[in-house]
Write a protein that binds this ligand. Structure first.
Ligand code: SF4
Ligand code: SF4
Length: 368
């Protein structure tokens, strides 16, 4: 077993002796009412694993699954200026009990190993998207639009809209990657070897393409490629990596005429908690939208959707999050809910039939 390094040990100790100021922000505690899901209890468990004070078994593995890596506790942390992030501590402890990984995660990994994607139908979606790429010779280096498996599965129309938006912004030399699974769940659930392999596979493909920049359509992929790959997998990409909002913020000049203007923005949790708040609001305002339910009026948890899949955790805390988001949307009086998260799109649509819910790219394209 890898030993817990000094930095993780410090992080774990700070949370373990704390009185959980952040607990009211944690959607898993709200959903499950399990005291073992309190961030400080997760830190205590990890410290016990470190000092080998607990048997590494299925019970331990089960308890350590009570974190979806959303980062909401960062917003509630009593260390306001430098919140203490418990999630790497939980991931470290999960690695120690990896042999007891939930069946859902094992089946997930088997699908990725066999087909390159955890979801069915992704290679067909990718082929359809490739057929929409403009043809012709280009002298400038390409822009790589990174469309991950989750986006192809949950929001294929978002990928096509993003491609068309980039083209209308003058980016004609666009290419796509074949390595569609960036390894996010493997990272979240502590499958470090598989995660590093996924990072290296994608980095190898990008090294062959040599794009001028990478635009990652799923903000969680941008976070992985930009921040997690170098820090946790030792993989540094040469090209700058941007979210779609970051890539478009200087290239958008006004919304198409009939687009609804009053917008409630839902970002992915990694943008809110780990990437400085995201560029969605700035982009929408630059395009002429009025963003209601802004950061100074709401907490991030009412406007952020968790990234990645949840394994072995019932009830699913995302249902609580959906309820909060939709309540805030309805109170805001906005005409449309716009999200940067491909995973949030079908979930929020299903939870709010009759309410307009759009992805960022489709919204910016405008009606028709
Ligand atoms: S994240 Fe902050 S508030 Fe929450 S348990 Fe850790 S130190 Fe305490
Ligand atoms: S990352 Fe999310 S699920 Fe995990 S302890 Fe923090 S708030 Fe709870």
């Amino acid at each position: 077993m890898n030993t817990m390094n000094e930095s993780l040990h410090h992080t774990a100790t700070v949370c373990a002796v704390c009185h959980d100021q952040c607990v009211s922000a944690c959607p898993v505690v709200e959903a499950t009412h399990r005291m073992s899901a309190y961030p400080s209890r997760l830190a205590m468990l990890a410290l016990e694993v470190h000092r080998q004070g607990l048997p590494v078994d299925a019970d331990l593995s089960r308890a350590l699954l009570d974190c979806i890596d959303c980062g909401a506790c960062l917003e509630g942390c009593l260390y306001v200026d430098r919140p203490n992030d418990v999630t790497p501590v939980v991931r470290w402890a999960r690695q120690a009990s990896a042999q007891y990984a939930p069946s859902g995660l094992q089946a997930w990994s088997q699908r990725v190993q066999a087909t390159g994607s955890p979801y069915p139908g992704v290679s067909e979606q990718l082929a359809a998207l490739k057929s929409a790429l403009p043809s012709g010779e280009h002298s400038s280096p390409p822009l790589l639009l990174y469309v991950d498996a989750a986006t192809l599965h949950y929001a294929p129309a978002m990928a096509l809209a993003a491609l068309q938006l980039l083209q209308s912004a003058g980016k004609l030399n666009v290419v796509l990657a074949d390595a569609v699974y960036p390894g996010g769940e493997w990272y979240q659930y502590g499958q470090q070897d598989d995660f590093v392999a996924a990072a290296r596979r994608l980095a190898g493909e990008l090294a062959a393409i040599q794009p001028a920049k990478v635009v990652a359509l799923n903000p969680y992929s941008a976070y992985l490629l930009r921040e997690v790959y170098p820090a946790q997998a030792g993989v540094r990409l040469e090209a700058p990596v941007l979210t779609l909002a970051e890539a478009l913020v200087d290239a958008i000049h006004g919304l198409p005429g009939a687009a609804p203007r009053k917008v409630f923005l839902v970002q992915s949790a990694c943008e809110s908690y780990r990437m400085g708040g995201g560029a969605g609001q700035a982009l929408l305002e630059k395009a002429g939208a009025q963003v209601s339910g802004k950061r100074d009026e709401l907490t991030f948890r009412e406007m952020s959707y968790p990234d990645g899949e949840v394994f072995g955790l019932e009830p699913d805390p995302r249902l609580w999050i959906q309820k909060r988001i939709l309540g805030a949307f309805q109170r805001s009086g906005a005409e449309v809910l716009v999200t940067t998260s491909p995973m949030a799109l079908p979930a929020l649509r299903a939870a709010a039939p009759g309410h307009p819910v759009m992805d960022l790219a489709t919204y910016l394209q405008g009606p028709g």
